[in-house]
Design a protein around this ligand. Structure first.
Ligand code: AMP
Ligand code: MG
Length: 506
């Protein structure tokens, strides 16, 4: 069969060459049709360089469904030539590898120069449906932005990102995806020697709030303008300019964080360099799903002040939007005072958008389809009681409509008292119990990527056994109606299984 694209009626001139090249690639190996719009931006946006080859690449995970959605052939990716590309050992034709420059506020402190310290953007592909995605290799070796880092990743964080980002996708949360993981056959040195790995990350782009900050801090208005135009064309086609971009970016962040909150997700490192401009979840470092509900919950071992605690995530997302607003001021108007006022106004919608999205998500978790005045109080009351009991977040909500969810809190007097009010409220729902139940089962996952399961899967993988990783990934692909064979994965950790911290030693 000829490789896709050869017989496309794509005109004359240089296309003839492209068709010929396509044919050659079809025979030689991986056929990816790249169209690298970021690489056409001014040179100061990035550094062009290839990944550093690794000793002995071995494919350890391939997301075949995602490959097909992207119009890629999973068999080609799994073949030695494909694995060489996923490891960074070979650059496929049409790729124009580069590392992106960006800056950012890390835990509130300003870092004027971050950038892809260990990631290489291979290029962008456009799916058969016309959607554009970055293909990025994470852990691909040092770049001009590596600072003191080695440019590498070890197997643990690579598997963690693979598991959690794919779980988030299955939960319906906007997120970067994981296409593949490759073991490098090399060691990475952290606290000890660990097996190295490269993750192939797929994202609608890798542009961050920190990308805007990078140019704003340099007073480079021309670059800001180019970036703004690029982002509008790519992510916000309806936006008329910087102000509308800001407004819409704030709305997407608000919706994203409300979604996180509704599934007990803690990002853990909401620095502006980890705030995706189009509202995707990005950079799965010390992230975690809560087991027991506690609004002050923090997992990241370096977040000592609790800056990115579960309950602070909306404020922090808003803080990040304020940084985006500052970066965009030069594009908003000549009169700085007025531009600042307009930028501030543009993000004022964040709080009401967050509240509305949060209420809608938590209403659905209680099976409520129509808004009523007292809903916020009803939800708040349940959450307070859950916090007092340290109730498992996922199993408590799931248990409202699923007998299999085993959660002691649901047997408590506190819950029984709350339940009377909830029942009275449900009685006013137009669709009856069946519809409420269906709504709840779509809003309350039975399965989340629990930390102790992730850690067990990583420990086994380090010892050479990927079966736990594979089982966990397969189960988390269907979190709302999982097969009975995955019932054991629903359980909250026993006290001795509980993982209280995640580490940034990625
Ligand atoms: P993160 O905390 O993962 O968002 O990373 C913050 C910054 O540090 C980014 O610029 C990363 O590219 C960079 N970085 C993280 N780990 C490494 C590493 N092992 N080598 C080089 N740069 C790194
Ligand atoms: Mg980052």
């Amino acid at each position: 069969m000829p490789p896709a694209g050869i017989f496309e009626p794509n005109g004359r001139g240089p296309h003839w060459y492209r068709r010929r090249r396509g044919l050659r690639l079809g025979i030689m190996g991986l056929n990816i049709r790249f169209d690298n719009s970021y690489g056409r931006l001014p040179g100061r946006f990035f550094s062009r360089l290839s990944a550093t080859p690794v000793a002995a690449p071995r494919l350890i995970a391939l997301n075949r469904a995602l490959a097909r959605d992207l119009g890629l052939d999973p068999e080609q990716l799994a073949a030695p030539q494909g694995v060489a590309v996923l490891a960074g050992n070979s650059v496929p034709p049409g790729a124009e590898p580069l590392a992106q420059a960006y800056a950012g506020h890390q835990f509130g402190g300003w870092s004027p120069q971050l950038g892809d310290g260990r990631a290489i953007l291979l290029g962008e592909i456009v799916t058969p449906e016309g959607a554009r995605f970055d293909l990025q290799l994470k852990g691909a070796g040092p770049t001009p932005y590596s600072r003191m880092g080695d440019g590498r990743a070890w197997l643990g964080p690579v598997l963690r990102e693979y598991i959690v980002s794919e779980a988030m996708h299955a939960l319906g949360v906007p997120t970067t995806r994981a296409l593949a993981a490759v073991a490098t056959g090399e060691q990475v040195f952290r606290e000890s020697a660990l097996p190295g790995a490269v993750l192939t990350r797929v994202a609608s782009s890798h542009i961050r709030v920190g990308t805007f900050q990078y140019f704003a801090a340099r007073g480079d208005k021309e670059a800001l303008e180019a970036l703004c135009a690029h982002v509008i064309a790519r992510h916000y086609p309806g936006a008329g300019g910087a102000l509308e971009l800001l407004e819409q970016a704030a709305a997407r962040q608000a919706a994203l964080v409300a979604h996180w909150m509704s599934i007990g997700f803690i990002h853990g490192v909401m620095n502006t360099d980890n705030a995706h401009i189009a509202g995707e979840t990005i950079d799965y470092g010390p992230c975690a799903f809560m087991d027991g509900y506690d609004p002050a919950r923090v997992f990241s071992s370096i977040d000592r002040g609790g800056r990115y605690a579960y309950g602070r995530q909306p404020q922090m997302a808003y803080w990040n939007m304020a940084q985006l607003a500052s970066a965009l001021v030069p594009l908003i108007g000549e009169d700085q005072e007025q531009a600042v006022a307009e930028a501030s106004r543009a993000i004022e919608g964040f709080a009401p958008a967050f509240e509305a999205a949060w209420l809608a998500r938590f209403r659905a978790k209680l099976g409520l389809s129509l808004p009523e005045e007292g809903d916020a109080a009803l939800i708040g009351d349940l959450l307070d009681k859950m916090a007092q009991h340290g109730a498992d977040f996922t199993n408590s909500f799931r248990g409202l409509s699923d007998d299999k969810a085993d959660e002691p809190f649901l047997q408590s007097d506190a819950f029984a008292a709350w339940q009377d009010g909830w029942r009275a409220r449900l009685a006013r729902e137009p669709g009856g119990w069946d519809e409420c139940e269906a709504l709840m089962r779509r809003a309350n996952p039975a399965l989340i990527a629990r930390n102790h399961r992730i850690e067990a899967a990583i420990a086994a993988a380090v010892a050479g056994d990927f079966s736990l990783f594979e089982r966990l990934t397969a189960a988390l692909a269907g979190p709302f109606e999982p097969a009975a064979q995955y019932d054991d994965l629903r359980a909250a950790p026993r006290p001795e299984e509980e993982i209280s911290a995640t580490f940034c030693g990625t």
